[in-house]
Design a protein around this ligand. Structure first.
Ligand SMILES: CC(C)(COP(=O)(O)OP(=O)(O)OC[C@H]1O[C@@H](n2cnc3c(N)ncnc32)[C@H](O)[C@@H]1OP(=O)(O)O)[C@@H](O)C(=O)NCCC(=O)NCCS
Length: 147
């Protein structure tokens, strides 16, 4: 069982080790406390954590911001390794879309590691369109008006 909780500085402080351990298996992961806590427009209103229930420990997160009124950006999206592949990531992405729409945005954007084929397939299935400008990370965009 899991539920979504607003991602706030207080929630991060209460579970810092658990949040930092979620991506422990990811070879290129670099997020530290300063990244989780960096101020971004709309971040504390939009971001959320997936909490295991009844344990009430974080098992995933979606860190979002609204850099401009028409666009919500998904900065970081991760599930603990033992929770992947059971549909929770799809539910979390649906929640990102719901929150971006509620914030009045017309686009949800993110960057994808081009060497992560399963993650790229996951976002493509959800309707994201990649734009390859040659940068190490691929930009991808989901039009919220079209869905
Ligand atoms: C990407 C991720 C959030 C998806 O959540 P999930 O609950 O595993 O996904 P679902 O069960 O809803 O959907 C299954 C799809 O997710 C993707 N997926 C599953 N396990 C994955 C993994 N270990 N790594 C990357 N993508 C994975 C695949 O596309 C999979 O489809 P497939 O089984 O046909 O290959 C999650 O797997 C994860 O945190 N992966 C590692 C970190 C990552 O790649 N983050 C996104 C890049 S910022």
């Amino acid at each position: 069982m899991s539920s979504f909780a607003p991602f706030t500085p207080d929630l991060f402080a209460a579970h810092e080790d658990a949040f930092l351990a979620i991506a422990a298996d990811q070879p290129h992961e670099y997020w530290r406390a300063e990244h989780f806590l960096a101020e971004r427009p709309g971040k504390w209103r939009l971001s959320f954590a997936a909490m295991a229930q009844p344990e009430a420990v974080p098992i995933g997160y979606a860190i979002l911001s609204q850099p401009e009124p028409a666009r919500v950006h998904l900065h970081h999206f991760m599930l603990r390794a033992d929770r992947r592949g059971h549909g929770l990531g799809t539910r979390m992405l649906d929640e990102c879309v719901r929150r971006a729409r509620a914030a009045g945005a017309s686009d949800l954007t993110l960057k994808i590691d081009r060497a992560a084929p399963r993650a790229r397939a996951f976002y493509a299935r959800a309707g994201f369109v990649e734009a390859d400008d040659g940068a190490p990370y691929l930009g991808a965009r989901l039009s919220l008006d079209a869905r």
